[in-house]
Design a protein around this ligand. Structure first.
Ligand code: NAP
Length: 337
């Protein structure tokens, strides 16, 4: 296919969170799908903290090489396809590039299921990565049960909003940790969290001591760093810490966790990555849709308009107290709903 294409090219590795210097919007070639690939028109880009890790180091996927168009999760429409079972016009969600048009390989793309009454962007704000991580983390890894105290950091974000509400549905007492009074109020008033703590203005350990003197049964850790260190001292006997993300480590690598507190309370810590649990996505998506239908779960997306604003928006993920709530998305095609 001919035509113009723009993409965010990684021209240098970011220093700190200076993404503007590292990523440049360039005119790039319209990709030509090879065997088992398809050309996809991007409709939405999912902005995820993990994208930063992919730029910085090899993780569970290879590091993004310099000169490549930055990659991430893309929701789009197939333009042309060499993949059996995928045809022009199909809506797909998968691994692609931050560009107007990208290639998707068969192994990293899924057809978007019938979304019923949900808007298209719910494929990224509710289902898939965010909802799947929240569902698996709360139910399969933490095994949250009624009556337990469930504390979650990054609570007003994409995974946090869903995970906190899922724990509430299980009957837990849910305490969210977020970076502004407005986010804390929203968590309690709109999403039904029992309490919220503003980690930038309050002493988290002290507040936990007041709110749950018997200790924290489950800590769902979205950030790592100093916050995790203080919450680790407040765990209940045989508590569980679910390690979901470590955003704080990008800027603040130390101090190391005090393992003495973990030992004394015989706390179990489990890290997980959703890619090991993709077989649970159908079950997760069905449950998430049901809970929304029953009025028990709310999902929220902050949508940034235009590919050209991608990198500016991406920086908000690493800005404590940034105003966005829920899932941060970029609408690439203005006609997408
Ligand atoms: N394990 C997996 O498979 C998996 C899958 C998806 C995501 N994740 C991880 O889950 C975490 C949440 O992802 P998300 O997509 O839901 O992101 P997000 O919460 O939507 O966005 C990031 C938010 O985290 C807060 N934050 C940023 N830096 C912080 C810091 N140093 N200390 C405390 N809070 C900080 C900010 O809100 P405040 O204003 O509240 O500070 C920011 O808005 C990330 O660590 C991500 O890598 C893991």
């Amino acid at each position: 296919m001919s035509g113009t294409n723009r993409g965010w090219v990684l021209e240098s590795y970011p220093i700190g969170d200076d993404f503007d210097a590292a990523l440049k919007l360039r005119d790039i070639a319209m990709p030509d799908p090879g065997p088992n690939q398809m050309l996809v028109r991007s409709l939405y880009l999912s902005l995820d903290p993990a994208n930063r890790g992919w730029m910085m180091m090899p993780t569970y996927i290879p590091q993004v090489p310099l000169g490549a168009t930055m990659w991430g999760f893309v929701l789009g429409r197939v333009e042309s396809s060499n993949v059996p079972g995928f045809a022009p016009g199909d809506l797909v969600s998968g691994f692609g590039a931050w560009a107007d048009y990208c290639l998707m390989g068969a192994e990293m793309a899924n057809k978007v299921p019938d979304l019923g009454g949900f808007p298209l962007y719910a494929a990224q704000s509710l289902f898939g990565l965010s909802g799947g991580t929240a569902y698996v983390g709360v139910l399969d890894i933490a095994k949250a049960k009624a009556g337990e105290v469930f504390v979650i950091s990054g609570a007003a974000g994409s995974v946090g909003t869903l995970a906190g509400q899922i724990a509430k549905i299980q009957g837990c007492t849910v305490i969210g940790i977020a970076g502004s009074p407005e986010k804390c109020k929203w968590l309690v008033d709109e999403l039904g969290f029992d309490h919220a703590i503003d980690y930038r203005r309050e002493n988290v350990a002290e507040r936990l001591g007041e709110l749950c003197p018997e200790g924290v049964d489950i800590y769902f850790d979205n950030v790592g760093g100093p916050l995790t260190n203080s919450i680790a001292t407040k765990m209940a006997l045989h508590g569980r810490i679910v390690l979901c993300g470590s955003m704080a480590k990008f800027d603040n690598p130390g101090p190391e966790l005090d393992l003495g507190a973990i030992l004394l309370n015989r706390v179990v810590m489990t890290g997980f990555i959703l890619i090991d649990h993709f077989d649970r996505l159908d079950v997760a998506n069905a449950a998430l849709a049901k809970w929304v239908g029953e009025g028990k779960l709310k999902h929220h997306a902050d949508i940034v308009e235009g590919l050209e604003h991608t990198v500016e928006a991406f920086g908000r993920l690493f800005t404590s107290g940034a105003p966005h709530k829920g899932k941060l998305l970029v609408r690439v095609d203005p006609a997408a709903n």
